[in-house]
Every structure is written in C-alpha cells, then in structure tokens.
Design a protein around this ligand. Structure first.
Ligand code: C2E
Ligand code: CA
Ligand code: CA
Length: 711
C-alpha cells in the first residue's frame, strides 16, 4: 500500500475546507490544553494543537492535513485517504483506528475521529481528534491473534463446533459446522439464531438443550440435517462455559456426525427384524406389529385375529431328508402364505417351524375362520425337493382380540395354548382358544413347577407296592412308586405332577432320582441279608427319546451292584404304538439281554395287537385297573380279563392284575386263572422300612377294613 498521495490530498483539502474561516485565539488555547492529538481545518490550512505538534515533532502549529497525515502508517493510509475523501463529500463524520508515527519514528495506535463542527457562528470546520489507544489495541490484537489461532484449530476438527450465546445466537462456528449447516466454508455474519439453521423437526430439542446449557448443565440431543437428498445425523453435546461468578457466558456445542453409525444401526435393525431364510418378520418385529394392531383396533373398534402355526413333524423332514429340504419347505410355505392372504395380514416366522399371522381390522370372527381355511389350503399343493414330496401337516391355534386377551403377551399365550391343545389332541386343522384350555394349560404349568421344586429340594422318595400270588398272598415283588411329602408332611402322589412325565428333562431327572434311591434301598437290604423280591420301576415314554435309556439304567445298576434279575421295567402299552417305538424296542431288547424283566403296564387300554405281542421283548402283562374294577359288574369285561389271563401262558407271559380292591375281585381273578395281583386289598405302596418288614414276613395280609360283603 502506498503512502498518502500528497497531491491528491492537496486537491482534496483545498476543496473541502472553506478558506475564509479563521479560529479565535481562545479556541486555539483550549485546544492546546487537550491531551488528544487535534487538528482543525483553518482557512486553507489547519491548526494542530500542541499535543499533535509535539507528537510528530513539527516546527509549527499551522499544518495542512497532508503535512501531518503523512505520519499515518502506510498500511492504514490508503483506507484513511478514501474515507477522509468520502467524508468530506458527504459531510459525514467517521472513525478510524490507525497508527501514527511519533517524532522518534515509532508508530502508536490512535482512534481517529473526524467530524464537521460549527466552531464559530457560521463557520463549519473539520476537526480531527486522535485518542491514544495503543495499549488497548495491542491487547486486542493479541486476543484476536489467539482467537484466530483457536479458530484455525477448531477448523481442523471434523466435528461441527459452535460457540453459542446463552440466548441461542451463533457466535462462532468452525469450517465443518459451516459446511454442514450452510453448505459453505465460512459464515459471513455471526449473530444469527442457531436454531433457525436446524431442521424444524429437531428445533424443539435444540431449544431445550440450549435452555439446559444456559442454566449451567450439560445437554445432549440427537439431531439431523438435510442437504438435497443427503440426510446427516448428529450427536449434539452442549457444554456451558462459565465466568468466575459461575454465570454461563457462552455454550460450546460439539456436534458429531453419526450418520454412518445410524445407517449401520438401521441395517442392523432390518436384519434384527427379519428372518434371513424366509424374509418374513421375526418374533421381535411381530410383537411390535401386534402392539400397533392393538392400538389401531382400539381406535377403530375392530377385532384382531391371531394364528400360531406349527408344521407337524417338521423335525422328521429335517432328520430324514436333511436341513436343505426343511429350509425349502419353509421358504415355499412362506411365499405361499404371503401371496394368498389379504395384504393387511401380517405373516411372520417366530422361529423353527413356527409361523404366526395377525389378521388386523376384522369386523367379525368369521374372517379369522376364513383366513385359517386359506392358510390350510396352502399346504395342499405338493412341495417337492430333490424329486421328493415334502409337504407336512399344519396345526393352527387361534385367538381373538379383545375377546380372549387384551395385550400382546396374553394374545400370544392364548394362540399358543390353543395350538398346544390341538397338538396334544392329535394335530392337524385349527383350534380356537377357549378359557378351559387356559385353565388346563395353567394346571400343567403348575405341575411342572411342582416337579421342578421337588427335584430341586430332593423330596422324591420311592414307596413300594407289593405284588402277590393270588392263591396264597405270598409276596412276589414290589412296584416302586414315586411319592413325596409336602410342606405339611402330607404324602403326595404322582397325579399332581403327571405332566412332568411328558417332559423329557423332568421325567429323566425323576427317574434318575428314583433309580438312585431304589437301588440304594436294595443295596441296603442286601447288606442286611434281607431276602429280596424283584422290584419293578416305571418308565415314561419320553425317557426313550434320546435312545440311551437302557445304557443309563445299566450303568446305575452296576454302580449299586444290583443283580439284573431283581429289576423289572414297566412300560405302558401305548408306548408300542407311538412314534419312536424303534428306540423303545432297542432299549427293551438290550435290558432283556442284560437280564431284566419287562412288563407291559395298563394292558388292555392301548392298541397293541395281540399278534405283535410275540415280537416285543415282554415278560409280563399287567391287566389295567379299569378292567379289574369292572369285571364283577360287566360280563364282557370279565371275559376280556379271562382272555388276557389265558393268553399269557400261550405267549409265555406272566399276567398280573392291577388295582385289586375287593375280595370279590380276588375270587373272580382266581376264577379266570389270573395268578398274580396287586392292589389296595393287599396293600398300598409302603415306605422303605415297612417294605423291609414285609420282605421278612414274605406274606401279605388281606385288609380287614374292607366292607365284609367285599371280602
Ligand atoms: P401305574 O404304573 O399304573 O401305577 C399303579 C397306580 O395304581 C399307582 O398309583 C398305585 O398307587 C395305584 N394303585 C395300586 N393299587 C390300587 C388300587 O387297588 N386301587 C386304585 N384305585 N389304585 C391303585 P400312583 O402311585 O398314584 O401312580 C400313578 C401313576 O404314576 C403310575 O401308574 C405311573 O404311571 C406313574 N408313576 C408312579 N411312579 C412313577 C415313577 O417313579 N416313574 C414314572 N415314570 N412313573 C411313575
Ligand atoms: Ca406301573
Ligand atoms: Ca398300571
């Protein structure tokens, strides 16, 4: 920048200052007393006060503006020239900070104020007054430098950093902030309301955060910004900056771009809500949809239909044809369900071979019945895999909102209860929930809970019911039956936990405890020299599921050194007509080879064919209590009992009658040729010490408390 152009300044001054004006001596005297550097235009020249004269080291006080203005620093002079020129044209005062050289050649900072003044009547002069602001300016410059350095530092950050006043005005924003909020590198003018830069939907949260920060507390909120199609997400942290008195002077807001994280989260959400295999919603998403459907039904006063679907024997498809076949079946069915149902229906896969369907906005229950029919139809057209038809049956449990339950959990439970009820009673088709089912399901749950509790607290103990020869009541064996004492020391029976015998884990655990206790009782008796009779133990059908029943039992016998011929296993006749019979036969064969006896329990109530009896590794038939109980009243029943009693010897099987309660029954059994019996007439199941006593006696007494007519 050049120094003030003297010629141009000359020209300027001669034009701007009226030549005819003069200053009084009094006025000059007053000017000389002031510490400011003052210059007043005067005729065609100007008057400088003593302070100015001495500062620049002039010889005289009569100086033209150009004479002393050449002492202004070259960097400030150009601009000063321009505004001095403009001011005189438009008569407007101005202020300018500039450096003026003193007589030692040193530049100090002054605030120059130039204004037109009426000094004497009708005289208008220009007065330029310069106040020394050197110290203050230097400090400010240093501060500005520091601020600039900080600003540069802030610009390096990828986070958007803003300094906001407690009332929400933007004081400063770094480069990243400017780019994100304004799409430009710099803000032209600070002081704008920060909230106006945010998208309307997050302004309320922003305002709240500022309020919190202004009160001196940290605040945080999730924000977003949009530029064209690009949406960015921000995590905004507002930290108040306090002065020494603890007042919030400004708020530092750091906004971190969490867009990538959000996108990743959104992707994760999709994968966490949809099933990979079928593309249907999973259980989680299903629950959310059901919740939304309930709100909608409440608003619109409509009903919701709910279906739980289970594929019958799906495990078999996986086991026999492999998992790819199972997967194929699930995929095809999913597609068919989605295609065939009304678009308002929500189909989802809850896991494994379980599907669920929500039928929202129903006006009558009939709609659910119709949808169920549609669903069942999807299974009719053949589904093939590797040239094989792999269709499986379908069972559907249904519930209706709000009739059956009023919330997500309850409704799902009702549909599940209906499905379980259907599965237990034979599978296939659909079943609508009713409250009786629920009571039944509750009862089952209670039984399972009780079973868990008695297992955990080791309350189970074996009781022994004698088996006798019917002709002389001689003890021929015991059936071990499970008992436990409740908290009131009342003896409890298996009926109150019968559901546990259908649960693999619980039934196996109960058996393990029973075996361990029976075998240790037997070992104890043996050690005392008691003459032992064979003891039979009951096995539930589910215990054969893992195909290791025989191995486990043999291990336990060996551990307690119990001779195999002293143990008999009782299985119900039903087991031989159920799935997995091959496991049962393998186990029984193995046990029989080991030397154990096998009894077919509850005989006559199942469907085992007489001819097949030969093929099973069975030693004994136990005629069911129901026959014995009615044999005296019904001739046909008496004939059945007789038939079984005669069949035994033909097939080389022993026959024993269960549930003998009366002498009349005893006599009838003797009449039809039944050799052995068991029942309350002889004894209930008795505890270990009573059993020991009986083994010492070897003979059971017939109960004398029975009514005489029945003896
Ligand atoms: P179950 O195997 O048919 O056992 C015979 C049941 O008939 C026993 O009932 C016995 O107390 C009862 N009983 C015996 N004589 C008479 C009689 O003269 N009249 C009547 N009304 N009943 C008689 P309990 O002990 O209540 O057992 C019921 C069922 O629980 C058993 O039927 C058996 O299936 C099962 N069970 C019992 N203990 C065990 C066990 O340790 N393991 C397994 N898996 N099942 C067991
Ligand atoms: Ca039994
Ligand atoms: Ca029985």
């Amino acid at each position: 920048m050049s120094i003030l152009d003297l010629n141009r300044a000359d020209h300027l001054q001669s034009k701007a200052v009226p030549l005819h004006l003069t200053l009084s001596d009094d006025f000059k005297f007053a000017l000389d007393l002031l510490p400011n550097l003052i210059w007043v235009s005067h005729t065609n020249s100007g008057y400088c006060n003593i302070a100015l004269k001495q500062y620049i080291g002039a010889d005289t006080q009569i100086l033209r503006d150009v004479d002393w203005l050449k002492f202004v620093h070259p960097d400030d002079a150009e601009h000063l020239y321009q505004i001095w020129n403009d001011a005189q044209k438009n008569g407007q005062k101005f202020e300018k900070e500039c450096r003026i050289k003193n007589k030692s050649g040193e530049y100090l900072w002054f605030l120059m104020l130039a204004e037109p003044k009426v000094i004497q009547s009708n005289q208008q002069n220009w007065m330029i007054s310069c106040t020394n602001i050197h110290d203050r300016t230097i400090k400010m410059r240093e501060t500005a430098e520091a601020l600039r350095a900080n600003t540069d530092m802030l610009d390096v950050s990828v986070d958007c950093i803003k300094i906001i006043t407690p009332d929400g005005k933007l004081e400063h924003m770094n480069k990243s902030g400017c780019m994100a909020l304004l799409g430009q590198e710099r803000v032209k003018k600070f002081g704008i309301d920060w909230l106006t830069l945010l998208p309307p939907e997050v302004r309320e949260q922003g305002a709240k955060a500022i309020k919190t920060a202004a009160r001196g507390k940290n605040a945080r909120f999730a924000g977003m910004s949009t530029h064209g199609d690009t949406v960015m997400y921000w995590d905004n942290i507002l930290t108040p900056v306090h002065d020494e008195q603890g007042n919030t002077t400004s708020i530092l807001c750091v906004s971190r771009d969490i867009t990538r994280q959000r996108v990743a989260e959104a992707k994760l959400k999709i994968s966490s809500e949809y099933d990979d295999l079928t593309g249907l919603m999973n259980r989680r998403a299903f629950k959310n949809k059901l919740k939304a459907a309930i709100s909608q039904a409440n608003r619109e006063k409509t009903l919701i239909g709910m279906m739980f679907i289970d594929l019958d024997h799906f495990k078999n498809i996986n086991d026999t044809l492999g998992h790819p076949a199972g997967d194929h079946l699930l995929k095809v069915l999913s597609k068919r369900l989605q295609k065939s149902l009304d678009c308002k229906c929500i189909v989802s896969r809850l896991g494994g071979d379980e599907f669920a369907i929500i039928v929202p906005g129903m006006t009558s229950e009939e709609e659910l019945h119709q949808t169920t029919q549609k669903v069942l139809k999807q299974n009719i057209a053949p589904i093939t895999y590797a040239g094989k038809v792999i269709n499986s049956g379908m069972s559907i449990g249904c519930a209706i909102y709000p009739k059956d339950a009023q919330d997500v959990f309850g409704l799902m439970k009702c549909a599940d209860t209906a499905l379980n009820d259907l599965k237990e009673k034979g599978r296939g088709g659909y079943r609508m929930y009713d409250d009786e089912m629920f009571a039944l399901a509750e009862k089952k749950m209670q039984q399972l809970d009780t079973a868990r509790y008695i297992i955990q607290d080791n309350l189970i103990e074996p009781y022994y019911q004698p088996k006798v020869r019917l002709d002389n009541c001689q003890l021929i064996g015991f059936e071990a039956l499970m008992r436990w004492h409740d908290t009131q020391q009342q003896l409890q029976y298996p009926a109150s936990i019968s559901e546990a015998f259908n649960d693999y884990e619980l039934a196996s655990k109960i058996s393990e405890i029973m075996h361990q206790k029976i075998f240790s009782d037997m070992a104890d008796w043996m050690s005392k020299g008691v003459q032992l009779v064979p003891i039979s133990i009951n096995a539930s059908p589910v215990e054969f599921m893992r195909d290791n029943y025989a191995e486990l039992l043999i291990q336990r016998l060996e551990r307690h050194q119990i001779p195999a011929h002293l143990i008999e296993v009782e299985i119900t006749e039903h087991i031989l007509s159920e799935r997995g019979v091959e496991f049962v036969i393998r186990a029984l064969q193995k046990l029989k080879n080991y030397g154990l006896r096998i009894s077919l329990d509850d005989f006559g109530t199942g469907h085992s064919s007489m001819t097949h009896l030969r093929d099973y590794p069975v030693d004994c038939l136990k005629i069911d209590y129901a026959f014995v109980n009615r044999m005296n009243e019904e001739k046909s029943i008496n004939s059945i009992v007789e038939g079984i009693a005669k069949l035994g010897p033909i097939l080389s099987l022993d026959v024993i009658a269960e549930g003998v309660e009366t002498c009349q029954q005893l006599l009838s059994l003797q009449d039809v040729g039944c050799a052995y019996g068991q029942g309350f007439l002889f004894s209930q199941a008795i505890c270990k010490s009573e059993a020991e006593q009986l083994m010492l006696k070897q003979v059971c007494a017939i109960k004398d408390w029975l009514p005489t007519d029945k003896q």
